[in-house]
Design a protein around this ligand. Structure first.
Ligand code: ADP
Ligand code: MG
Length: 241
């Protein structure tokens, strides 16, 4: 579903931020990306929907080559849902309108159908009772669950998450991880940047460890946590576990 072939990216001339990245994510797989701050995790997943361009190599999502000038980036972004650290909900729209906006505007879904789909998604994330609330009246955990529902409303093939729980108070992390775990069980293809190693251990099919823009580990969680291959990953694990 996602493929990186020899991908290199620089910021400016000097900063080689992604170094010869090769990776594959199969349909239905959940891949956790971890690594020290500044190692390139956000850059890596942002290249998948062309929020960041690449200088070398190829990225594919299903049958679409992301870094091809002829690729319709708006179409691509319909297929690839993205959940940010800071939920980025529209503050002036109700929960329901946040979720129905893109399906109506972009996918030309009839408002009634969009509303029905949104309500189903709100049930799924446990927030049907908040459909008429505004983002400012929701907790951080609730806002992030709405953001996930909003992403799912476009019926993407892939969902990307960039530290979805790191802006949350500790007591709200669990409810968001639970929604993500349910999504994983439903068969969604997911790439998740997170420091939540419990989630990685329980939910991920694979863990990728990034350091200075290089993939040092790409392995099953079991192996990552018990037999990391590099000193840098051992050091990272000592800090986060
Ligand atoms: P992570 O998500 O692992 O913390 P990032 O992908 O955000 O890492 O950043 C990787 C490196 O690239 C960092 O050194 C960061 O300062 C740098 N960087 C990130 N975004 C930009 C940008 N838009 N321009 C220049 N440098 C950037
Ligand atoms: Mg980041």
């Amino acid at each position: 579903m996602i493929r990186f072939n020899n991908v290199n990216k620089w910021y400016g001339r000097e900063h080689h931020v992604l170094k010869n990245i090769n990776l594959k994510v199969n349909a239905g797989e959940v891949v956790v990306v971890c690594g020290p701050s500044g190692s390139g995790k956000s850059t890596l997943i942002r290249t998948i929907n062309q929020l960041e361009p690449i200088e070398q190599g190829e990225i594919w999502v299903d049958e679409v080559q992301v870094n091809n000038p002829r690729t319709n980036i708006n179409r691509l972004r319909e297929e690839v849902g993205f959940v940010f650290q800071h939920f980025n909900l529209y503050p002036h729209l109700s929960v329901l309108d946040n979720i129905t906006l893109a399906p109506i505007k972009v996918k030309k879904l009839a408002p009634e159908a969009a509303r029905e789909r949104a309500l189903e998604l709100l049930v799924r994330v446990g927030l049907e009772h908040k459909r008429d609330a505004y983002p400012s009246n929701l907790s951080g955990g609730q806002q992030q669950r709405v953001a996930i529902a909003r992403g799912l409303a476009m019926q993407p093939k892939v969902m990307l998450f960039d530290e979805p729980t790191s802006a949350l108070d500790p007591e709200m992390i669990g409810e968001v991880l639970q929604v993500m775990q349910d999504l994983a069980k439903s068969g969604m293809t997911m790439m998740v940047v997170t420091h939540e190693m419990g989630f990685a251990r329980e939910v991920a099919d694979r863990v990728i460890f990034l350091d200075h823009g290089e993939i040092l580990e790409d392995t099953q969680p079991e192996w990552f946590f018990t037999r990391p291959q590099h000193e840098r990953s051992r050091q990272f694990l000592r800090q986060v576990l």
